[in-house]
Design a protein around this ligand. Structure first.
Ligand SMILES: [Zn+2]
Length: 59
């Protein structure tokens, strides 16, 4: 059962991608993958990481 959720647009991207996961770390891994594939970000910038963590919220 999903426990946390994330919406890409909460970071300011014009992107409708969203997901739910069972833990913050799981969601973070998938956000990294999405950023690489969809937003041309081989690595998530260190200043963006806390914003992603802050944007992950209870589902
Ligand atoms: Zn996105």
């Amino acid at each position: 059962m999903p426990q946390v959720a994330f919406e890409c647009r909460s970071l300011g991207f014009p992107c409708e991608w969203a997901l739910k996961g069972s833990s913050t770390n799981e969601v973070l891994d998938r956000v990294r993958e999405h950023a690489r594939c969809a937003h041309n970000m081989p690595e998530v910038p260190s200043d963006l990481l806390p914003k992603i963590q802050a944007a992950i919220h209870p589902a």
